[in-house]
Design a protein around this ligand. Structure first.
Ligand SMILES: *Cc1c(COP(=O)(O)O)cnc(C)c1O
Length: 366
């Protein structure tokens, strides 16, 4: 049996260091807002190449806080529009609607799976405030055109970097390409905690200060509340774990790239198509999506032969019950992705032998 992802195997790779980190926090008697969180924020900001890093409880909150802070600073208002890819995990869209902003769903490209930058300009109007890109599957979604549009129309560039820790564009890491970025450290992500955790990286120290307050009850000074915030803090154990795992992130991503290269070089089944192969620097292979018109059959076939897979994602946001007002929208590329996508096993602990076994089975599907 080859599971889709074994977190136990991932943890076992650095078991001694991780146990030491957790024990250090347990023995310290200090569990929130301490030195572990401060150190991780510093180390992660340096890794991303961003002047500011504010930790928080999870990736969804990180994205929510970015838009909320822009509202608190007077740069966005209820009803303002945010351009966002139609094919994303629901969290990207929830962060917009939770803030009473309006998501403007733009189709992705079928070959790159990322937002189609040729469809953005026609959707910009006087209410547009931001282009929100999602580096989905670990692939860099940024393009020169997107940067130009942001400059030309005075829009904020916001990144959802939940799936792309360590990814680069032209030597700059995703998470430092735009004005602000949300990061998730959900256990299964490339940089994953032992529970929920997230962070925002950004350029503007005022934005960072607002987010830091919002995630801590809206307080900048103890018992003085500037905003109606929430409790959305990262705890010391997660920070200690993440600081250990950050040291191995580049190595882990390189291993993912070796697995991906094997898949690209050896998957030869004409019933299965692969997305455009990017330069290694631009893909950290959080997932390895393949496409098949008979996707559900393929998934069952792999399962019968001991290979675990996951669909990312079976239903696009505009077809979800929570967004029933958009259920009638037609977004054919997005719908094709959701109908045909299947994610193969990939991760720092997957062996090349297992990848080879998966390819043999996959190539036998007919
Ligand atoms: C995981 C994920 C999130 C949300 O992160 P959580 O930590 O689970 O809240 C947001 N966006 C994308 C694209 C994700 O994959």
């Amino acid at each position: 049996m080859i599971p889709f992802l074994s977190l136990k195997d991932v943890t076992d790779m650095h078991s001694a260091e991780l146990h030491e980190a957790v024990s250090r926090v347990v023995d310290s008697g200090w569990y929130l807002q301490g030195s572990e969180v401060a150190r991780f924020e510093q180390d992660y900001a340096a890794y991303i190449g961003s002047p500011e890093c504010v930790s928080c409880a999870n990736g969804l909150d990180a994205l929510i806080w970015i838009f909320r802070a822009y509202k608190e600073l007077g740069l966005m208002q209820d009803g303002d529009e945010v351009i966002v890819p139609a094919n994303t995990y629901i969290a990207s869209i929830l962060a917009i609607t939770e803030n009473h902003l309006v998501p403007v769903l733009v189709e992705p490209r079928k070959d790159t799976l990322e937002i189609d930058d040729s469809l953005i300009e026609e959707r910009i109007n006087s209410r547009t405030r931001a282009i929100f890109i999602v580096h989905l599957y670990g692939r860099c979604a940024y393009t020169e055109r997107i940067g130009e549009l942001c400059r030309e129309y005075g829009l904020k560039l916001i990144e959802d970097n939940a799936q792309a820790h360590g990814c680069c564009w032209g030597g700059v890491r995703t998470g430092a390409l735009g004005d602000a970025a949300g990061h998730s450290f959900y256990p299964g992500k490339n940089l994953g905690a032992f529970g929920d955790a997230g962070a925002v990286t950004c350029r503007d120290p005022q934005l960072a200060a607002a987010i830091r307050a919002l995630a801590n009850y809206g307080s900048q000074k103890k018992y003085v509340f500037r905003y109606c915030g929430r409790n959305s803090r990262m705890d010391e154990i997660q920070a200690a774990v993440l600081d250990v795992k950050l040291r191995f992130l580049d190595e882990d991503n390189d291993h993912r790239r070796r697995i991906a290269a094997y898949y690209y070089d050896h998957i030869s089944n004409p019933l299965i198509s692969l997305p455009e192969r990017l330069d290694d620097s631009m893909n950290v292979y959080h997932l390895f999506p393949v496409f098949c018109e008979r996707r559900n059959e393929l998934q069952a076939y792999l399962k019968d032969r001991g290979v675990g897979t996951v669909i990312h994602y079976p239903i696009p946001p505009h077809k979800q019950e929570c967004y029933s007002e958009w259920n009638g929208m037609s977004l054919p590329v997005t719908e094709w992705i959701h109908d045909c996508e299947l994610s193969l096993p990939i991760g720092p602990a997957l062996s090349l032998e297992d990848a080879a076994a998966i390819v043999d089975i996959l190539n036998g599907f007919e």
